[in-house]
Design a protein around this ligand. Structure first.
Ligand code: SF4
Length: 406
């Protein structure tokens, strides 16, 4: 997604001045107690709270459910959603916008629509801010917004409520450090994901790599084994303007979209370190490679938990989360890599009626599977992405219980 506004030259200075503006808020409005009841009613679950206290296992008839040790709402998401509710209370009559889905979960976004929060429309990949006026209130989501969007909203005289997760801000600080020391930022992420778009907007020179295969191409190029034309064709939409692989791959720092597969980010960091070591030798390595740990704790905990869960004997897995949720997709990837029948669903309604499930296979389109649950005793593993409320997990479990009783 792109935005046609002037480039912000000094992003640090812009952010500093924004933070001092009276029309900018990133700490909420002190209305936590007032919105707690609404949040609890909409998103929390007594059943899930009990399961968390009693070993994450539920047994009903022929069904055994095993919940991952860590799953669901992370604190960054809880904080962003709570801030959105507080914002509605604090500005009861103002027009309220959000630059994107606050998090990648359909039920949470539906609740916001019911509170008359408007979503900025996207037309052919370009966000349309034309209806946003001075005095309107605009919420920036948990995965942030580009510096150009912030600049536009600030210049238009909007109130900005910034719910960007501190873990994401940490990545922005990391790419700012790369920029300050004239290092190119290698960003492990999905080039069109809002968080990566935002991170790129704070970076100086950058290149986005999706996975190990793309990282390998870049490493090969650094070692003189690549073709410049093919390289530029491959990364044309994944690099900063004017990127020159012969000039800009000599001093590198690694950063990542916070929800990527942790093991992959670490391996990519090691690949670049090894490559630059090979090219420049150990004495000069520090002049050419900067490593920072920008993997978010919550992503790491959820990935570690599913690695443990898939070691158990399971008949199948259900992975719950938005289809555009990067961290949920990675949980699904882990289950699939272990050869487990695994179903990624975004809402409980995907299960049933009858013994069927509508799910999204990795990299595919929605598919219907029927019969879904096998005969006899079954063990089902369940996990959910960082943007999935407990209430949704509870509803999925209830549907599984119902299916096993019919
Ligand atoms: S997944 Fe991590 S980075 Fe994303 S909102 Fe949650 S805590 Fe923040």
């Amino acid at each position: 997604m792109t935005l046609q506004v002037a480039t912000v030259v000094d992003t640090r200075a812009f952010k500093r001045s924004l933070h001092h503006s009276e029309r900018y808020n990133r700490r909420g409005f002190g209305l936590g107690d007032e919105v707690a009841g609404n949040l609890e009613q909409a998103y929390q679950s007594d059943l899930i709270a009990k399961l968390r206290e009693t070993g994450h296992t539920l047994q009903r008839g022929r069904l055994t459910v095993r919940l991952a040790e860590a799953f669901g709402f992370c604190w960054g998401v809880e904080r962003a959603v709570a801030m959105a509710y507080e914002t509605r209370r604090h500005f009861p009559t103002e027009r309220l916008w959000i630059t994107n889905e606050i998090i990648h979960n359909p039920s949470v976004n539906d609740h916001l629509r019911q509170m008359d929060v408007k979503f900025i429309q996207v037309d052919q990949g370009v966000k349309d801010f034309s209806e946003v006026a001075g005095g309107d209130v605009v919420i920036l989501p948990a995965f942030g917004a580009t510096v150009q969007e912030m600049q536009l909203l600030n210049e238009r005289g909007c109130h900005i409520v910034d719910t960007t997760c501190p873990w994401v801000s940490k990545v922005w600080n990391t790419v700012e450090k790369h920029k300050k020391h004239s290092f190119t930022s290698i960003i492990h992420g999905k080039v069109k994901h809002e968080e990566t778009l935002a991170t790129s907007s704070f970076a100086g020179t950058y290149l986005v790599v999706l996975d190990l295969a793309e990282a390998q191409l870049v490493c090969d190029y650094i070692l003189g084994n690549g073709d410049r034309t093919a390289f530029m064709a491959r990364f044309a939409k994944a690099c900063s303007p004017g990127f020159d692989p012969d000039r800009d791959l000599l001093r590198l720092g690694v950063a990542n979209q916070t929800t990527m597969l942790k093991s992959e980010t670490e391996e990519i960091g090691r690949m670049f370190e090894r490559t630059l070591l090979q090219r420049f030798g150990p004495i000069e390595l520090n002049e050419h490679f900067l490593a920072f740990n920008t993997i978010c704790d919550a992503t790491q905990e959820r990935q570690d938990a599913i690695f443990t869960l898939v070691d158990e004997p399971l008949d199948l897995m259900v992975v719950i989360g938005g289809y555009n949720s990067s961290n949920t997709t990675h949980l699904q990837e882990i289950a699939v890599s272990r050869g487990i029948r695994s179903f990624h669903i975004d809402t409980p309604e995907r299960i049933g009626p009858g013994n069927r499930i509508e799910h999204m296979p990795l990299g595919g389109a929605l598919e219907l599977e029927e019969p879904f649950l096998p005969e006899g005793p079954i063990r089902v593993g369940i996990t959910s992405g960082a943007s999935t409320p407990d209430r949704v997990v509870e509803d999925v479990i209830k549907r599984l219980i119902d299916l096993c009783q019919t």
